[in-house]
Design a protein around this ligand. Structure first.
Ligand SMILES: [Zn+2]
Ligand SMILES: [Zn+2]
Length: 392
């Protein structure tokens, strides 16, 4: 059922309310309070403080059936907003620059509409308003606090407003659709000395330069070219004077993968390169490798369900199933999708004509609010179709 004008206006007002008051990961107190108050008003059983600052709302249908989890992330970013709009952030240095303000509004919109069909609802709908997605740790915290239990969750769905797709388009693919996120730190230990007497030293800057160059072969020469992988060195630090050979350099970077085998083998590939280069040039090293999140993988059956619902709302010609619906960015929705079947998808929110084309995490990021009712309709349709199908 299409949204009324009043419902659309309420969505926009809600989105702007949260946009004005952004809060960083695990500090979303006012955000959580507003969400919890709304859910209570709608008649939900509400649990706060789940996984830190997360909120869970449960709607029990009057008929029995499975439990579906709908996830919305609620955190903002440490960015100073540059948009000159009346709903501009009032918190200096903090901004909803990823669209999570819209995710909250959409989820609350769905939560409200579902209460109207409660009497015919065969099952339960659990809303997970998740903190700290940008820190890639809120989902795990909620799982540790039991969000997938009491009652156990059978399927999970979520969406991201997406400025890489025009408003009116939906992007959904089966299998891996967002990458893993790993972080590494390599400390190269040389032997410092006089800038004019290199033979008495092991130059940690020269070694680091070779390591950076050699790391480019990890992807280009060691992984299948048909498999998407990224190895990025993001920082390099070392040395403190122009005429002194550096004793130590530190590199940090990130690795992104889709494929499960690559995910397992890549830390060793990287270390082999680092060890070989350092050994050949007489330097020592230490390496630290952290797994921040795994690839986000959509279940084929649940993806079909989302595709079906999306086609019903925007027409199948507007449902994108190509590379445009994948990204090497990471998402901790992966934590839920590793544990229960489900699907994560993109809701187009770009509108070049109206100036909504800046990328996510840009200080100029903003999206076309026409995407909000589309998100509500699709998420509601997915939920109903899933529960009805299980009931029949
Ligand atoms: Zn983001
Ligand atoms: Zn995001």
């Amino acid at each position: 059922m299409t949204l009324t004008d009043a419902e659309v206006q309420e969505l926009i007002d809600l989105r702007r309310h949260f946009h004005r008051r952004p809060e960083l990961g695990f500090q979303e107190r006012a955000t959580a309070e507003t969400i919890a108050a709304r859910l209570r008003e709608y008649g939900y059983a509400v649990q706060t403080g789940v996984g830190g600052t997360g909120v869970v709302g449960l709607l029990n249908g009057d008929k029995d059936g499975p439990t579906v989890l709908l996830r919305a992330d609620i955190d903002a970013l440490p960015i100073e907003e540059e948009n000159d709009v009346e709903y501009r952030s009032i918190h200096p240095g903090i901004m909803h620059a990823c669209g999570h303000d819209g995710h909250i509004a959409i989820a609350l919109g769905v939560a409200k509409r579902l209460t109207k069909v409660r009497s015919t609802l065969p099952g339960r709908v659990k809303f997970a308003f998740q903190p700290a997605e940008e820190l890639l740790s809120g989902a795990m915290k909620m799982v540790e606090d039991g969000v997938l239990e009491r009652p156990p969750v059978d399927a999970a769905f979520g969406l991201h407003l997406w400025n890489n797709l025009d408003v009116g388009m939906i992007g959904v693919v089966a299998g891996p659709m967002m990458a893993s996120v790993d972080r590494f730190q390599i400390v190269i230990q040389g032997r410092g000395g006089h800038g004019a007497m290199p033979h008495q030293t092991v130059d940690a800057i020269v070694v680091a330069s070779h390591v950076v160059a050699a790391l480019q072969t990890v992807v280009s020469r060691n992984t299948d070219p048909l498999d998407a992988v990224v190895v990025t060195v993001g920082t390099i630090q070392g040395g403190h004077a122009f005429n002194v050979i550096a004793e130590q350099t530190t590199l940090t970077g990130t690795v992104r993968t889709f494929d499960a085998t690559t995910y397992e083998t890549i830390p060793n590939m990287i270390e082999r390169v680092v060890a070989g280069v350092c050994h050949s040039l007489g330097a020592q090293y230490t390496m630290r490798y952290d797994r921040l999140c795994q690839p986000t993988v959509n279940d084929p059956e649940m993806t079909r369900l989302v595709r079906q619902a999306a086609s019903e709302i925007v027409g199948s010609e507007n449902v994108v199933q190509t590379q445009e619906a994948r990204t090497m960015g990471g998402e901790d929705m992966s934590v839920f999708l590793q544990r229960v079947p489900g699907c994560y998808f993109f809701v187009g929110s770009r509108n070049r004509a109206r100036g909504f084309h800046h990328p996510h995490h840009s200080p100029r990021f903003d999206f076309d609010e026409a995407a909000l009712p589309i998100g509500v309709e699709i998420l509601e349709r997915i939920t109903m179709n899933y529960l009805m199908r299980a009931a029949s």
